[in-house]
Design a protein around this ligand. Structure first.
Ligand SMILES: Nc1ncnc2c1ncn2[C@@H]1O[C@H](COP(=O)(O)OP(=O)(O)OP(=O)(O)O)[C@@H](O)[C@H]1O
Length: 694
């Protein structure tokens, strides 16, 4: 009876009607019906047992997929039908568990109508129904009011209701009850998205004169595989998404293992495969209906589904595939023609872009391990497929803001673009349109800007539109735009847009304790670093010297810098005149003693008119160690250099008043606290020091 020899799963593809009217935004084409071959933008062709286009009716799909199985169930075979695919591609619609679709029923309603039609033939037919869901790896009975999850022992569910039904109406009522109890949620991609795997099972017990058979038919509406980022789920919905993807991943592993005839099949890795263990084996009939979207925007997920479906089918590449493809190319040469390049397109061609990634790929941080080869494919619109693929290199990691921009572009902007293009084409009666780029650009800029403001709370300084300088000829496929989108998005990177270049801030080391502070101060005086801004021009005047900015920059900028300097000096002067001892010590090189001296001087002579007045202070003038003799000065410099390399202990020793050293005046610190010579000589700072240190 078992007709299958090589293929474990019967695989059908069902294509949902496109949400997009434009032909250019369709990424797949059915190029042959017998055998059913599908050609996708990744330039791969796929063959399945059945391909249902968007025009196929519910009845057509049922007749080809489930009807043959009903007979098998009545003969005692367990059968399972999975609806698998990206969220929003029509799994629930195909199963027909959504009450809204009862007018055009799906698999479930048609199946029990069919089974009861056999009552004449099978007099002792008993039909039981159970309906349950697996939500976050827990089993819930959808026919019971209890919200408690059920225990699973082996692959049996403890306490699951199995309701005997006698008429199709009774079965329909149970379906209604269960569907209302199901976990659904609102995501960005589907307002009524199933957040659980729902399993509607019909147990059929048949007693004939000689034989008694018991078998079941599982109709499984899997939750949609989803990119959490695309669905925009957060919090508990995000967790749901993770569980959904894990469950689907394990189903794929089980099916792959069975298809490859492996000895170990990982049933126990997730709840759904554990429960369906007795139905998922080579002795049963398994059908996979892979639901896909034809839209280019969904191509990454579509290709993943197609690759999985093809893997599940364990297909042997039939020779007809290539022949048909060649034939198709001959019949549709326009689709494979090299497009007429406009100036901008020629420019693009001159510097070929090695990476043509869909934004989905860039964004995808898949929860599921990569199983799809499709992730490496070029997303070129079908009409421009002419050249061999360039082996892509991995796309660099994108920062959150870039990801956001690309995401915004993908979800919002492209839809907007499609709508605008559509209405524009209609208005132009499909003539070559002069597309209102400027309008779109402005709107896009605004959207991206708003997103960034929302994300960061800051307003970007420069935010240009992701679509720049493109003419209509480049729009035959939206993905040709994407490298520029990413480039622009990169420009909007947080660091570039909002932050000034980072100036590394030196953190004080832990070793920098009170004990080491002394020698640190000492060496600071000895090796006074050149400071660019905090100079106290005590020697000459307060007018700042022209600097490299004023030379090179515009006069406006130089003036601004001068103003800043003037303000800075004013501020120092105000501290000198009004500051108390504590505030005075905040000035560079001014310690407690110098602060006291400044205060005394101020009380005696009144306030400083300029900073240069500091020189009038006795302590500034009586600098015993300053020499106008160039020989002595250079000697001192040499001494400083030597000291710089001395070990700390040696410097401490030199500082010690008991040690006689030739030029102790050199070993001054900020305050002179440690140097008795300060008091003895009444000399605190040299002019040099004032300039150098401040
Ligand atoms: N073949 C089709 N013909 C007409 N409408 C369809 C078809 N497939 C899907 N739809 C419509 O698309 C929408 C989404 O379908 P559905 O809820 O079945 O998706 P789903 O794959 O079950 O999503 P999820 O995994 O999020 O539950 C529904 O409004 C449905 O009516």
């Amino acid at each position: 009876m078992d007709t299958r020899t090589e293929e474990f799963v019967n695989v059908a593809i069902r294509i949902r009607p496109s949400l997009n009217v434009l032909e250019e935004s369709i990424g797949i084409k059915v190029i042959s019906e017998t055998p059913p071959i599908l050609y996708a933008v990744n330039r791969q062709s796929y063959t399945f047992n059945n391909i249902f286009t968007s025009k196929a009716s519910q009845k057509d799909v049922y007749n080809d997929i489930v009807k043959p199985l009903v007979q098998k169930v009545l003969l005692g075979y367990n059968c399972t039908v999975f609806a698998y695919g990206q969220t929003g591609t029509g799994k629930t619609y195909t199963m027909g568990s959504d009450p809204k679709t009862y007018s055009d029923p799906g698999f479930i309603v048609r199946t029990f109508n069919e089974i009861f039609a056999y009552q004449e033939e099978y007099k002792d037919l008993e039909v039981y129904v159970s309906f349950y869901e697996i939500y976050k790896e827990k089993v819930f009975d959808l026919l019971s009011n209890s919200k408690k999850s059920l225990q699973v022992k082996g692959f049996k569910i403890d306490g699951l209701a199995q309701v005997k039904v006698y008429t199709p109406n009774e079965a329909q009522n149970l379906l209604n009850i269960g569907s209302k109890n199901r976990h659904v949620g609102d995501t960005k991609l589907n307002a009524n998205s199933s957040r659980s795997h729902a399993i509607f099972t019909m147990f059929c017990n048949v007693k004939n004169e000689n034989v008694k058979t018991e078998a079941k038919l599982n109709l499984v509406d899997l939750a949609g595989s989803e990119s959490v980022r695309k669905t925009g789920t957060e919090g508990s919905q995000f967790q749901e998404g993770v569980n959904i993807n894990m469950g689907l991943y394990n189903i794929r592993r089980v099916i792959s293992a069975l298809s490859a005839n492996m000895s170990h099949v990982p049933y126990r890795e997730s709840m759904i495969t554990t429960i369906l263990q007795d139905s998922l084996s080579r002795t049963n009939f398994v059908t996979l209906v892979a639901c896909i979207s034809p839209d280019l925007l969904d191509m990454s997920e579509t290709i993943q589904t197609l690759e999985f479906a093809q893997g599940a089918k364990k297909m042997k590449n039939k020779p007809e595939v290539n022949t048909i493809l060649q034939q198709y190319k001959k019949e549709n040469p326009a689709l494979f023609e090299r497009p007429q390049l406009t100036n901008s397109a020629v420019k693009q061609k001159a510097t070929p872009l090695k990476r043509h990634y869909s934004s989905t790929e860039c964004l995808a941080t898949p929860i599921l391990p990569k199983t799809s080869k499709a992730i490496n494919h070029t997303w070129t619109p079908m009409s421009t497929i002419t050249e061999p693929l360039v082996e892509p290199t991995p796309f660099p990691a994108l920062s959150p803001i870039v990801r956001k921009c690309v995401e915004v572009f993908e979800t919002t902007v492209m839809k907007k673009f499609d709508v605008m293009l559509q209405s524009h084409r209609l208005a132009e009666k499909c003539k070559t349109p002069q597309f209102p780029w400027e309008k779109l650009q402005n709107e896009v800029s605004q959207i991206v800007r708003n997103e960034i403001v929302q994300m960061t709370g800051q307003r970007p300084r420069n935010c240009s539109s992701p679509i720049e300088n493109h003419d209509i000829s480049n729009i035959s496929g939206v993905f040709s735009e994407e490298p520029s989108v990413i480039a622009v998005a990169k420009r909007l990177d947080f660091n570039e847009t909002f932050k000034k270049p980072d100036i590394p801030v030196k953190k004080p080391s832990k070793k920098h304790t009170v004990a080491s502070r002394r020698s640190a101060r000492l060496s600071r005086v000895l090796v006074a670093p050149k400071r660019q801004s905090m100079r106290l021009h005590a020697k000459t005047s307060e007018t700042p010297k022209p600097n490299r900015f004023s030379k090179t920059s515009s006069p406006k900028k130089a003036k601004k810098i001068d103003d800043i300097k003037k303000n800075h000096l004013k501020h120092i002067l105000s501290i000198l005149n009004d500051g108390n001892e504590k505030e005075l010590q905040k000035l560079p090189s001014v310690g407690p003693k110098t602060a006291v001296q400044i205060r005394y001087f101020r009380d005696l002579h009144g306030s400083f008119e300029t900073i240069a007045d500091l020189k009038k202070m006795d302590s500034w003038r009586a600098n015993g160690y300053q020499s106008s003799d160039p020989v002595i000065t250079s000697k001192r410099k040499l001494q400083r250099k030597k000291l710089q390399h001395l070990p700390k202990e040696a410097i401490e020793l030199l500082k010690s008043p008991t040690v006689q050293h030739p030029s102790h005046g050199d070993i001054d610190d900020k305050d002179g606290e440690d140097s008795k010579s300060d008091y003895e000589n009444n000399s605190v700072h040299s002019d040099d020091d004032v300039e150098e240190i401040l």
